[in-house]
Structure formats: structure tokens, C-alpha cells
Design a binder for this molecule. Structure first.
Ligand SMILES: Nc1ncnc2c1ncn2[C@@H]1O[C@H](COP(=O)(O)OP(=O)(O)OP(=O)(O)O)[C@@H](O)[C@H]1O
Length: 313
């Protein structure tokens, strides 16, 4: 990972007596997009609210570029922009009025505000709606305004809580593109409960379930994790299982239902090709071959299964 700008150490939080997150630790590099994935109630918003200094944690520490967000909140917050799940948009303001207001509360010097507002409107594709009331913008454009306020002070880190939630498919694609663009110059963390969202956008993934971190690695590693590792064969003249188990890169062969045979293989570039060719050479009369891939939901359930925080302490 490139030099880290966020360090989260053993973060835990409880509301009243119930723990919402438990012992979450991870770091975030200076560039790229990190996806925080988890189902509803997993603890994403709690983590992001603490990370952005909106909520004080029960235990653990968060450092933004080495600054403790709890003890030096104002200094740390200058380095980040945040779009919470329920963006605090003032619907009675127009885009210019709202962004001017955001620039002022972000301490941008008065003489630079006009330039800063123009720059984010351009970047977020909302310049043509400058005088439009926020209440009259579509969901996708409101989200763009929300992202604009998060980057108006040019922070090194942008945190977006479910930025594509409630958008239609076109708006989702547009907001994803915008997120990729703003991540070219800084680090972006965004949360979602949709796996394909993270796969489409992120280089790194942190998955939280039941308040615990259940997966933390690159997107590539996650995709490898969910790659198929077994194949189902139907053959008219199948050989003995031992013959199949002895094939290159095959770990194990077993009988499956309906007379099929399942082969478990180690990572291999082209297992299907090898099986088809061998079957033709040996006269096994292969009629069907199907790679078995766990569904994303199964992976989600499997990873989440065994890590639940205690409900009380
Ligand atoms: N203010 C609160 N008071 C009490 N419990 C809360 C509060 N906010 C969140 N929780 C609980 O903490 C747990 C984690 O919630 P959190 O909002 O962090 O999850 P999430 O992953 O962001 O979910 P969602 O996508 O539904 O917002 C949930 O069980 C939730 O009910």
C-alpha cells in the first residue's frame, strides 16, 4: 500500500449497551478507492461517523494523516471531506448558495470561495444547475452536490456513506465515474451493501459484518477468493474417480448427484480445455461441463457467519 493517511486502531463502539462495531482496524493509502462493504446494520455508518469525527468512539483510535481525530478534531477534519448517508443538504438553497455556505464553514478564505465553488461545480458536472434549488434536483444531482461539498476544501481524504443508495442505474454509473475521478487526486472511502458496487469501483475492500471485520484485502484478492474451484462433469463413459483425480491440477474427484462427477482443482488457467481434450482422447464422451462458482451472496454469508460482536459486555 502507498503511505497510509488513515489509521484505524481497535475501534469499538456501543450505543447504550449494544456493541455496533468491535475491534475494527485498518489503514487507508494516499490514493485509490477503498470500499467498506457490509449488509444493513453491519456497522458501516458507525465506522464512518467515527472516522470523520461526527461520533466519539467507545474504544480505539483513529488517526488522519497522523492526527488523532478525537483529541485534535478540528485539525484532523480539515484533511477530510464527508458525505454522510443522509446528506445535510439545505433544500431551500440553490446550488451556488449552498456551496458558498459550505466553503465558508470550511474556512476557505473569502476571496477564494468563488474560485473553489466554480471548480467543484465543474468537477461534479453541476455548473449548469448553479441557480437551481436543491429541492428541485434529481437524486443523482443532489448526490453530486453532496460530493461537491465534500471536496470543496480539497481534502486528502473523502468519505462517502452509501453514495449510490437510491439512485437509478444511470445515475449510479455517473456517480461511480465521478468517484473514480475524484480519487485520482486523493483517497476515497465509500460504503455500500452491494458487492458489485465495490467490485466495479474499488482497489481495496474491507468487509464488516455484525460489527466485525471479516475480510480485508485488495479487490484482486477478493476476486481470487471467490473464483470457482470445482467443476461438474457429465460423461457417458466416465473413467474411475482415481483416473480423474490423477489429472494435472486436480485435487480431488467425487461422485455428485444425478450421476455427475465433481472435480476440485487448484488454481489453473484453463481447466475446462484440459478436461475436454482429455475426454476426447480417452473416449469418455463428455456431455456437459460446468464451473461451479459460489454466488456472491454465499460468500457474503460465509465470511459473515462466524464473527458477531457480543451484544453486551
Ligand atoms: N444512534 C443509534 N442508537 C442505537 N443503535 C444504533 C444507532 N445507530 C446505529 N445503531 C445500531 O448499530 C448497528 C450498526 O449500525 P450502522 O448504522 O453503523 O450500520 P450500517 O452498516 O451503516 O447499516 P445501514 O446500511 O443500514 O445504515 C445497528 O445494529 C444499528 O441498529
Amino acid at each position: 500500500m502507498n503511505k497510509s493517511i488513515v489509521k484505524i486502531e481497535h475501534l469499538s463502539h456501543r450505543y447504550h449497551k449494544d456493541w455496533a462495531i468491535r475491534d475494527i482496524s485498518f489503514e487507508v493509502g494516499q490514493h485509490g478507492i477503498l470500499g467498506l462493504l457490509g449488509s444493513n446494520g453491519a456497522g458501516k455508518s458507525t465506522t464512518m461517523n467515527i472516522l470523520c469525527g461526527v461520533l466519539n468512539q467507545t474504544e480505539g483510535n483513529v488517526f488522519i494523516d497522523g492526527i488523532n481525530i478525537r483529541t485534535e478534531a478540528e485539525k484532523a477534519k480539515r484533511k477530510l471531506g464527508f458525505l454522510p448517508q443522509h446528506a445535510p443538504l439545505h433544500l431551500d438553497l440553490n446550488v451556488d448558495e449552498y456551496l458558498n455556505y459550505c466553503a465558508a464553514i470550511r474556512d476557505i478564505p473569502a476571496r477564494e470561495i468563488r474560485f473553489a465553488v466554480a471548480a467543484v461545480k465543474e468537477k461534479c458536472g453541476i455548473a449548469h444547475f448553479s441557480k437551481r434549488l436543491l429541492s428541485n434536483l434529481s437524486g443523482g444531482y443532489r448526490q453530486r452536490v453532496g460530493i461537491a461539498q465534500a471536496i470543496i476544501h480539497n481534502p486528502m481524504l473523502v468519505v462517502l456513506d452509501e453514495p449510490t443508495n437510491g439512485l437509478d442505474p444511470n445515475q449510479i454509473l455517473e456517480v461511480r465515474k465521478l468517484i473514480r475521478e475524484i480519487a485520482e487526486e486523493r483517497s476515497v472511502i465509500f460504503s455500500t451493501h452491494i458487492l458489485s458496487e465495490v467490485q466495479a469501483t474499488c482497489q481495496d475492500i474491507r468487509m464488516i459484518e455484525g460489527g466485525r471485520m471479516v475480510f480485508a484485502d485488495t479487490m484482486q484478492a477478493f476476486n481470487n477468493y471467490i473464483m470457482p474451484n470445482s467443476v461438474l462433469l457429465s460423461m457417458k463413459r466416465p473413467p474411475a474417480l482415481e483416473v480423474l483425480a490423477a489429472l494435472p491440477n486436480i485435487k480431488r474427484a467425487e461422485n455428485a448427484n444425478e450421476g455427475n462427477i465433481r472435480l476440485h482443482f487448484t488454481a489453473s488457467e484453463d481447466i475446462s480445455k484440459m478436461i475436454i481434450e482429455t475426454s476426447m482422447n480417452q473416449g469418455w464422451e463428455l456431455t456437459e461441463i460446468m464451473l461451479e462458482k459460489s454466488s456472491l451472496d454465499e460468500i457474503f454469508a460465509q465470511l459473515s457467519n462466524h464473527k458477531k460482536p457480543e451484544q453486551t459486555k
